[in-house]
Write a protein that binds this ligand. Structure first.
Ligand SMILES: Nc1nc2c(ncn2[C@@H]2O[C@H](COP(=O)(O)OP(=O)(O)OP(=O)(O)O)[C@@H](O)[C@H]2O)c(=O)[nH]1
Length: 341
């Protein structure tokens, strides 16, 4: 039986995985995409829409631990849907992990589940590394180091934001951490997906039992986390869905308040904001330590025109982001009734 290749696209939160994936989707029509998100509402799948490409969202936790069983069942469903002609005949799966994923945990189902092993194999682990975040990110986030060490290739993002000398020094650090992985600046052309690498002995993580398939795969199916395995990370998420529009000035104040509430704990914020006077949402892309990037979109990605924001923090208390989001939601209510300046 011809096995289907799976490319694991990993990299820390906000490093540039979705941006790279979109570049590949412009060049290849034969991919199936699985997007894993830490938060329980997905934003990335709305930013990765490509006609004819099956995109599946695995939300609610990391496939390396919390929703590992859901990865197995999703790959099974994907295989069967392809076989039955229910979805376009893709020839490769690209799995975009959460930014917190440990690649060996992600690969475990592929290496240990006999049914999957007959039908899929890991083609490569491609890790996006944000060179602007650089060594500080590797020191602060152990997941970043694991992802670099597991890589067959390192895809360097934000090379536009660092000086050439800084980039050279950082590449030397990366070469010390993973001497076998070559570095390429993003966007890397889609040919990289076909590259074969000698399989190194990978440490395989724990394999949770396969959860019953809850949904047959079709483009845009969400498979919520169904196992009870706790996260192995101290990266926790919470989200807010909110109905009312606010003026741009009020949203600015609200984002500032969120930053001050979370302080150093803030790692990532992604969201779609409903702004008075705009037809489409304002996309918020915010990587901790940097300024939020705000991009108006022409239209809402689906019928739901409510604000949705996902907050990811590094904290030892899993409730922390939920508390912050509850405070934040009360602030939004106050702003709603406050006069606009
Ligand atoms: N300047 C610059 N910005 C980039 C580059 N790559 C990505 N970005 C921006 O960084 C932000 C995060 O990029 P994403 O592609 O969403 O990152 P991600 O790794 O998918 O994020 P998560 O899924 O949250 O982990 C977006 O605002 C991108 O536009 C790059 O090479 N240069």
């Amino acid at each position: 039986m011809n096995r289907l290749p799976v490319v694991v696209l990993t990299g820390f939160l906000g490093s540039g995985k979705t941006t790279q994936l979109n570049a590949w989707l412009e060049q290849r029509q034969d991919l199936a995409v699985l997007i894993n998100e830490l938060g329980d509402i997905g934003i990335d799948q709305h930013l990765t829409r490509k006609a004819g490409v099956p995109v599946t969202l695995l939300a609610g936790g990391c496939v390396c631990c919390v929703v590992q069983g859901a990865l197995s069942s999703t790959l099974r469903n994907l295989f069967m849907a392809r076989k039955n002609g229910d979805i376009p005949e893709f020839s490769m799966v690209v799995l975009e992990t959460t930014g917190a994923a440990e690649p060996s945990g992600v690969l475990a189902p592929l290496e240990q589940d006999p049914w999957l092993k007959k039908r899929f194999y890991c083609q490569s682990v491609l890790t996006v590394v944000d060179v602007a975040a650089g060594a500080a990110s590797i020191q602060r986030h152990p997941e970043c180091l694991e992802q670099i060490q597991a890589a067959d290739l390192l895809l360097l993002s934000r090379t536009d934001q660092v000086a050439a000398s800084e980039l050279t020094a950082f590449k030397q650090q990366l070469a010390a951490l993973n001497p076998e992985a070559a570095c390429y600046p993003t966007p890397v052309p889609a040919e990289v997906l076909d590259r074969q690498f000698e399989r190194r002995c990978r440490i395989t993580g724990r394999l949770n039992s396969v959860v019953p398939s809850s949904a047959l795969l079709s483009p845009m199916v969400s498979v919520p986390g169904t196992t009870t395995t706790p996260s192995r990370h101290q990266l926790y998420s919470a989200s807010v869905i909110w109905e009312y529009p606010l003026s741009w000035g009020h949203w600015q104040a609200a984002l500032k308040q969120l930053a001050s509430q979370c302080g150093d704990a803030l790692v990532r914020v992604k969201g779609l904001l409903k702004v008075e006077g705009l037809d489409g949402p304002l996309l918020v892309q915010w990587v901790g330590g940097a300024e939020p990037e705000l991009t108006p979109m022409n239209q809402w990605p689906d019928d739901d025109t409510r604000t949705r924001v996902v907050l990811i923090v590094r904290h030892n208390d899993a409730d922390f982001p939920h508390q912050q989001m509850a405070h934040w939601e009360s602030l939004l209510e106050q702003l709603r009734s406050a006069p606009t300046h």
